[in-house]
Design a protein around this ligand. Structure first.
Ligand SMILES: *Cc1c(COP(=O)(O)O)cnc(C)c1O
Length: 427
């Protein structure tokens, strides 16, 4: 591939390329990355930035990791892809087996997906088809909680926060789902049953038509970066059982250690009926996600009208992605990741807490390797983004939130660079 001069690259980018949640032509600041190594992004213009985003929760072991590169190269030498209909292979089977081993015990079956949104679509379709298989075809709706984020495809969008997700734009194409109030009790707060009252009321009134509840346990990501009481998750599980509704937990953001537990549902000691994972699964190498189910769910499919689960992506179980994901999980097991997350959490608490005293700041919250500074007013991205780059760090605030979820390999001095930039710029 011939390289374009930077100014031409940027002009063509603005003219022809959509970016996530960006206008066209793109008027916001965009920076071209030449390469990435460890915790650093290297720009075409020469700057070297400490990455505070892990490329949206994914790149937990840093960029250009030699072990992930080697896993990909070895797999490429055999095959980068084959169809999954009627064929299987070492990487997919071994990865499925590993996922079953590291997730809560009742989860035994793995459906591989291309992205997190598809993993959520698959989870929702599994829930609907499960009830159909059991002779309850009227159970086709979903209960979720406000401030959630589950992806950008239609079924996933219908369970995203209706305000953040601008549901009215898509009104006639979106199925209307049930929204419980967002949990208010913080992670270490004293539990109060009132927090889950609206969740319970919806189940009481509508459980006959609800297939499943779906939400992000303990940490809500892109819908508001909120951290809430594990007791909410525990009570939600009990209520789902009481009212005959499945529980889908979306751990696409929280999975693989980010919150300090391998999966955030462990804080609540809760097992979902269906679990979605993605994002950090390949260590940020490429897109791969998975939906896990219990035997109780999968065994109903043989007797169902269709006899099979009605889903099958073209690139399902891509061998390259599975091989890299397996090596990423080997990597995670090869060191004391929990101690690393604990150290990051301690440092984030120490260094972000002083932001509380700034007039612009409303709240600071930290859990695991996630640090969030919530402001009173939305940030002006066009101003703030270049300021972070000038401070040598890569952060991508949105709305009233400035937040970081760095790679687990970040050194204390590099993390301090991020927290200092946040404090200085918000001052
Ligand atoms: C990112 C995310 C998704 C969507 O994943 P994509 O890979 O972007 O489709 C779904 N749920 C949660 C909780 C996420 O953080």
């Amino acid at each position: 591939m011939d390289r374009l001069p930077t100014d031409q690259l940027m002009a063509l980018d603005r003219r022809h390329v959509w970016h996530p949640y960006a206008p066209m032509p793109n008027t916001g600041p965009v920076f071209a990355v030449r390469s990435a190594q460890g915790v650093h992004l290297e720009l075409e213009t020469g700057e070297r930035l400490v990455d505070g985003m892990s490329s949206w929760w994914t790149c937990i072991h840093g960029y250009n990791h030699p072990r992930l590169n080697r896993a990909a190269q070895e797999q490429m030498g055999r095959m980068s892809h084959v169809m999954f209909g009627g064929l299987t292979h070492q990487p997919a089977v071994q990865l499925a087996h590993r996922l079953v081993q590291i997730t809560p015990e009742p989860l035994q079956q793995v459906f591989f997906c291309d992205s997190g949104s598809v993993a959520v679509e698959v989870a929702m379709k599994l829930a609907i088809q499960y009830w159909h298989n059991r002779g309850e075809p009227q159970k086709q709706h979903f209960l979720t909680i406000r401030n959630g984020y589950h992806g950008d495809t239609f079924a996933a969008m219908a369970v995203c926060d209706p305000v953040n997700g601008m549901h009215h734009l898509f009104r006639n194409s979106l199925v209307e789902q049930y929204f419980a109030d967002a949990p208010q009790i913080p992670f270490e707060g004293v539990w109060d049953e009132k927090d889950i009252a609206s969740f319970e009321t919806i189940l009481q009134c509508h459980h006959r038509e609800i297939a499943a509840a779906i939400f992000e346990p303990v940490v809500q990501g892109a819908g508001g970066m909120r951290v809430y009481s594990p007791q909410y998750v525990r009570r939600a599980r009990e209520l789902c059982d009481q009212y005959g509704v499945l529980l889908i937990l979306d751990e696409i953001a929280t999975g693989f250690g980010r919150t300090g537990k391998l999966f955030a549902c462990e804080y609540a000691d809760v097992t979902p009926d269906i679990l979605c994972v993605g994002k950090a699964l390949t260590g940020g190498f490429m897109s791969l996600a998975a939906t896990l189910t219990t035997e109780h769910i999968s065994e109903t499919f043989a007797q169902g009208e269709a006899g099979v689960f009605m889903h099958g992506p073209t690139f399902m179980g891509n061998p390259l992605a599975c091989a890299v994901a397996l090596e990423n999980l080997n990597l995670l097991e090869s060191y004391d990741w929990a101690a690393r997350i604990q150290a990051i959490e301690t440092q984030l608490k120490q260094e972000l807490t002083p932001c509380r005293d700034l007039p612009a700041v409303k709240d600071v919250r930290v859990l695991g390797a996630i640090g969030v500074v919530e402001l009173h007013e939305p940030v002006d991205m066009a101003v703030v983004q270049p300021q972070f780059v000038q401070h040598g760090v890569w952060l991508r605030p949105f709305g009233r939130l400035v937040y970081t979820m760095p790679p687990y390999i970040i050194e204390p001095g590099q993390l301090r660079q991020i927290t200092q930039a946040i404090h200085t710029i918000l001052s």
